[in-house]
Design a protein. Structure first.
Length: 282
């Protein structure tokens, strides 16, 4: 008792577990009382100025002496020390335990040795064990839904951006405007708006109209129309783009004159045959 009295905090007059702080003169007081000191912070005994609480000086020796004081388990009465009693009581076989289904409404309380037998027959505990796999599955599905929701938001944002780029601020020409373009203007429009499927389809349609004779077909091929249309076919899988692009290729490569064979070979080298087959299969 005398040993414990010498370890009392001079502020609350109790022997507190946990951290103990001290001033530079060695006067010790518990961390709880130290945290409640008002500014300006001073030692409760000698009135020496104290630094900020975050830089408090701990008294390790004082903490060790308190931890070595005798104590007893409040459940089984086992003699131990203040430093060890908390850990012992947490696992003490005599400590009352609640049923694992207490939150579901079971009011049972008993010893650890009897808990397993009770929960084996407790209807609420049995239901909890049966529902546990389902709950885990629900949690997994909720996480999957959240992930898919975030992915859908990203896709919607991308779609909105594409639609804005396709129709916004007159950046891409209208279908009617494309139908009024000459060969050079139509190819320039496709190069400038290669990511817009509507423009790709409209230009393909316009190229088919423009290449009605051998001279225009050869001019289109020499200007790179075959390669440009092939790039559009590879970029866009939409049916309209595929149909218009294949029609444009067919028109440009048609004819019986000497240049037709060269255009056909150029289209074959660019992968036109594979593109047409893929479009037909789609």
């Amino acid at each position: 008792a005398m040993a414990a009295q010498r370890l009392e905090c001079p502020v609350c007059l109790e022997v507190q577990d946990g951290q103990q702080h001290q001033c530079r003169e060695g006067h010790v007081f518990c961390a709880s009382c130290d945290s409640s000191l008002r500014a300006p912070r001073r030692c409760p005994e000698c009135r020496m100025a104290l630094g900020p609480l975050s830089q408090a000086i701990r008294s390790r020796s004082h903490e060790e002496r308190i931890a070595a004081l005798p104590a007893a388990c409040s459940h089984c009465g086992l003699a131990t020390t203040r430093g060890d009693v908390a850990a012992h009581e947490q696992g003490c076989p005599q400590r009352p335990r609640a049923c694992s289904a207490a939150e579901a409404g079971c009011a049972w309380s008993g010893l650890l040795a009897d808990k397993a037998a009770h929960e084996a027959t407790c209807p609420l505990a049995v239901c909890q064990r049966m529902l546990a796999p389902l709950r885990a599955r629900v949690v997994a599905l909720e996480a999957e839904l959240r992930s898919q929701g975030a992915e859908n938001e990203q896709l919607l944002s991308r779609l909105a951006a594409l639609e804005a780029g396709e129709a916004g601020e007159g950046a891409a020409p209208s279908d009617a405007a494309v139908q009024e373009m000459d060969l050079a203007a139509a190819m320039s429009a496709l190069r400038a708006h290669a990511s817009v499927p509507r423009v790709a389809a409209a230009v393909g349609d316009r190229l088919a109209d423009l290449c009605a004779d051998e001279r225009s077909r050869q001019a289109a091929a020499e200007a790179g129309a075959i390669e440009l249309v092939m790039a559009a076919l590879r970029t866009h899988s939409e049916e309209r783009v595929q149909c218009k692009g294949c029609a444009a290729l067919g028109t440009i490569c048609s004819g019986t004159e000497g240049g037709a064979e060269g255009r056909q070979q150029r289209a074959a080298d660019a992968g036109a045959l594979e593109a047409v087959v893929a479009a037909m299969r789609a």
